[in-house]
Ligand binder design. Structure first.
Ligand SMILES: *[C@@H]1O[C@H](CO)[C@@H](O)[C@H](O)[C@H]1NC(C)=O
Ligand SMILES: *[C@@H]1O[C@H](CO)[C@@H](O)[C@H](O)[C@H]1NC(C)=O
Ligand SMILES: *[C@@H]1O[C@H](CO)[C@@H](O)[C@H](O)[C@H]1NC(C)=O
Length: 332
């Protein structure tokens, strides 16, 4: 045991030395801080098994249940996070998982290589997002999110009122709107490869969140030949990436006062405050059942493709700003 510990310490010191030396010569400004993949994911993320804060028709499983029922595990060299697609009329909600990184981050570059995300299916509400303590005061960044048959990802920021961006590529709304942060600011992307079935049809791709004091940007790169070489090389350089899919900058928002200590989250819920709320406005879904919950309860087989398959999530910090960039985990 102490042998392993010593080894870890030695390799830690070595990589630190390399990183420090690298900073002198590399111009990208980003250094790998944490890599989560099929070798360590479930040791680095916690299962949230409480009632869904978004009032979904879902029962989030704990780690032991998720493993024993096949809801979560390592598969295809990646991380599989699925839902129960066999049980009809589960009384407490359809079983699913919601995982949060043990570590929390302020600033940095989060790069997620995702092979599959939940398909665009009536009743589902998957999300890949980050958020901090005392919601909405430490902010929330929704990187991939959508409901029901939607074909495009919605990228949204939430925080306390008084934060708006002039360079928000979607709208200029206050990210604390409508007074409690529940609506936030942001909008749908103009790209059907960013979400659900369209994303899965091309084998997924890479999402990157770049978060500095000046801007919050989200980039999406389809797997079909569009992933930048610097990402594949492990030396990401956002200044080479062109126009982001979403960019929030300028305006009145003090990013550092409104966004901090974020845990990284993947989840899939059903119905609730978004998918359920808009059910009756969706002509295709509402024709299948009068309520979202009724549909989700009685059509388990529709959720066979409602799963995440994540190759990796890598967190890079700004070189020279490592101390400032790392936040200790906040226990809820
Ligand atoms: C610097 O660049 C080299 C070559 O691309 C790479 O091997 C090294 O990991 C980089 N170092 C940092 C700190 O990014
Ligand atoms: C799930 O349980 C099996 C059997 O105990 C174990 O071998 C496996 O490592 C577990 N998977 C995860 C992701 O913890
Ligand atoms: C989704 O993307 C397509 C193009 O890829 C676009 O035509 C459509 O308007 C987008 N949908 C929404 C709701 O923005």
């Amino acid at each position: 045991m102490s042998f392993a510990k010593n080894l870890a310490r030695v390799s830690g010191v070595l990589s630190l030395a390399l990183a420090v030396r690298g900073q002198k010569y590399n111009t990208t400004g980003y250094t790998l801080q944490d890599a989560y993949d099929a070798s360590n994911f479930f040791e680095s993320f916690d299962f949230f098994s409480g009632p869904d804060p978004t009032s979904g028709f879902v029962q989030y499983a704990d780690a032991v249940t998720a493993n024993s029922t096949g809801l979560a595990g390592y598969a295809n060299n990646g991380i599989y996070l699925g839902v129960d697609y066999q049980t009809a009329n589960p009384s407490a909600g359809r079983a699913s998982v919601r995982l949060s990184s043990k570590k929390a981050y302020t600033h940095g570059l989060i790069i997620a290589d995702i092979a599959h995300q939940p398909d665009s299916v009536c009743g589902s509400w998957p999300a890949f997002w980050t958020f901090g303590p005392s919601w909405p005061h430490s902010g929330e960044i929704d990187i991939i999110e959508g409901v029901n048959k939607q074909t495009n990802s919605t990228i949204t920021l939430h925080t306390a009122p008084g934060c708006s961006f002039s360079q928000n590529s979607f709208s200029s709304a206050d990210c604390g709107s409508p007074g409690d942060g529940t609506q936030g600011c942001g909008a749908s992307t103009q790209d059907t490869q960013t979400f659900g079935a369209g994303f899965n049809a091309i084998g997924g791709g890479v999402y990157a969140l770049q978060w500095t004091s000046d801007a919050i940007k989200v980039f999406f790169f389809p797997r079909t030949g569009k992933i930048p070489a610097d990402i594949n090389a492990g030396n990401p350089n956002p200044s080479n990436w062109g126009r982001p899919t979403a960019s929030f900058s300028g305006g009145s928002c003090n990013i550092d006062a409104n966004f901090m200590n974020h845990n990284i989250v993947f989840d899939t819920t059903f119905c609730g405050q978004w998918a359920g709320k808009v059910w009756s406005e969706d002509p295709v879904c509402s024709a299948k059942a009068s309520t979202c919950q009724e549909y989700v309860a009685s059509n388990p087989a529709d959720f066979q493709n409602t799963y995440w398959l994540i190759n990796s999530v890598k967190v890079f910090s700004e070189a020279g700003a490592t101390k400032r960039g790392i936040a200790k985990r906040f226990d809820a």
